[in-house]
Structure formats: C-alpha cells, structure tokens
Ligand binder design. Sequence first.
Ligand SMILES: Cc1ncc(COP(=O)(O)O)c(C=O)c1O
Length: 399
Amino acid sequence: MTQDTNKDKHKAWRPQTMMVRGGLTRSEHGETSEALYLNSGFVYDSPEEQSARMAGEKPGYIYSRYANPTVRMFEERLAALEGAEDCRATASGMAAIHTMLVAPVKPGDRIIAPRALFSSCIWILKNVMPKMGVEVTWVDGSDLADWERALSKPCRLVLIETPSNPMLDAVDIRAVADMTHAAGGELIVDNVFASPILQRPLELGADWVVYSTTKHMDGQGRTLGGAILGKTKKIEDEIQQYYRHTGPSMSPFNAWVVLKGLETLDLRVRAMSANARTIADRLAGNPKITTIRYPGRSDHPHHNVHAAQMPDGGGSLVAFAIKGGKSAAYAMLNKLGLVDISNNLGDSKSLITHPSTTTHRTLTDQERADIGLDDSWVRLSVGLEDPADIAEDLEQALG
Ligand SMILES: Cc1ncc(COP(=O)(O)O)c(C=O)c1O
C-alpha cells in the first residue's frame, strides 16, 4: 500500500470510540478536528523518491485519485466501525456498486441478484453486465428455494440489498452467504438501509459490504459518496487497479464531511430508528392506510429474518400503501407541511417519495409487480424531528 495506515494502533477501541477517533492522523500542527487535505497531488524531495513511491517501493501518497490523507482517515474509520479489514471510498454509492460489480468479473462469469434492488443497480445488471459477457440470474430474494436453484451452478458474485429499497424486503444474509460460497462465489451486501449500526453483514458471512455514504453517514443532505469494504488482499487483488485507473474516488472535501458525520452516526441512526418505530406503530391504525411495512414490526412478512439480522432496531425507513392509489398518494404528499418530498433518505429531515413514479419509474410494470410495488405505495425516511410533529403532519395530510 502506498498510503499511511493507523489501523493497528486503534484496534482495541469499542465501536463508539472508533466512530469518533478511528483513523485519526494529526498533522504536525496538532489540530483537534481532522484536517481537510484538499489537494489533488503531492510533491517529492527528489525524482528517486517519486519513482520509488510510484513503484510502490516506499510508502506515501502519490495522487488523490489513488489515495488522500483525509479520504484515508474516513476509510480507516469506516473499516474499523464495520469490522472490515479495509475500505475504498468512492464518489457515490453507485460508483461503489459499479466498481464492485465490474472490477472482479470476466466474460462467462455469472452474477445472481434479487429482483428487489435499487433501480440503478438493476440498470447496471441489465445493461452493463451483458455487454461484458456476464450472465445475470434474478431471484426472489426472500425465497431460499429460489436461491438454492440459482446457486446450484457456479457463480462469481451475488449482490443483495436488505432491507431493500423501497419495500423493505429481507434477504437471509447467513443462508445466502453459505450457498454463495458453496457455488464458488462472493456475497456483496448493500447495507445502506440498515447502516453498520443496525446490521453487520461481514459477521453474517458476507464477503463485501457496499454503502452510499450519501444516506445516514452524511445524514444531513450535503455530500454524495460511497464505500467498498472487504478483506485487504481481495481489495488489492480485485478492486485496487480498477479503482486507481478508472477514477471513482471520493473527493477529500466529501470525505471530510462524512468523516465528521461518522462521529454522530450511532446517535443519529438509533434516534431515527426509534422515531420510525413510533411513526410506523401510529400509522398502522390509520384507516387511510391499507398496508404498512416496517422491518421492526411483527406484521412485516419478513420480520423474523429482519429481527435476527437487525436486533437493535428496524431502521429509519417505513413504507405504506394508501387507499385510493396514485391520486390519493399524490394528494397526501401535496398536503404535507413538515415532511419534505425528496428521493433521498437517511437524512435528519424526514423525507417522503412515491417510488413507482420516481426512484423505481425505470422498472417495467412486471418488474414493479414482481417486488409488490404499485402506485399506492410511499416510502418515508424518518428524521430527527420530534416524532409527534412528524406523525401529526402525516395524519393531517392523510386527511
Ligand atoms: C439501497 C441503495 N443503494 C445505492 C444507492 C446509490 O447511492 P448514491 O445515490 O450515493 O449513488 C441508493 C440511493 O441512491 C440506495 O437507496
């Protein structure tokens, strides 16, 4: 590695301490808060030094597309928090997922994924992978028999999202990890909805975890970012060269913002999850709502799997179907006074969206039907406001 590392120094700290101090590298000025190294390049004392660093013979930074001290602090802090050996930060969640899917594969490989995935992931699997000669097999993520059938043949990668966007479906991480390994593959978990606070896929057998740091890690609507986490050797063998030469790296400024975001991640995610639970329970009795889905409620169809994988809370997302379909859902959104209409999530401000006409509009009618999504559903990301204010706003908008 041609970058500084603090990992071993901080190994013994508990998670909350890691969130505040993990990866911290102070400059000679002894600043309290982490420094923002907003530079693209680095200078060398001599051409010999430059050549040795670029050949990987001497440690030290080379170019911020490869690595940068502020980005590195973020990567080390998140790796410590996730329990991963290492991390690469990316410019967005989709840059992380794109790199993760494309870098390791070759023509003839197979990827398996559930139909319930974020729409941009579906787009990559449908449009990019076939061009590379990679076959994609789709399954019902909650049906282990379907997984067993798909994984009875060799596969290279499996990508899952649990809880899924927007229907909050569960995939059994441990069971799918075991089947993936038996088929010779590696399991990637998009852990965006749970965050590392509520779900720890590596401990359940996953090989890789990917994030959009745009969501809970920033949590205040400022920056785009993403991350790939896994074993050091795997990152070096399968990801590193692709990452360096194709340039999906995170900007130092965004890394600095999200590094500071990690310091309060535990507090924010737990508070948002508690608020979401309160809202879900209160809305469940509302006569204008036909179905409510919240991973922490026992009436969620995949509650047992969620409860086992997310023992500390159901997360900040709630999905519900409104009587009267699209026109009733739009009418409700138009009457909101506090909750904002936005396709983002994991923010301190409560945000709501109508997935079938926004985030999931590029799916075909059949693809939406396959995941149980129709025009009556809305997806609510519960923020840090007083839950009574959020609930009252939703209730007045429902009429
Ligand atoms: C589950 C999930 N994965 C990945 C992404 C992509 O993240 P980004 O918008 O940071 O590229 C999103 C949202 O946009 C998402 O909801």
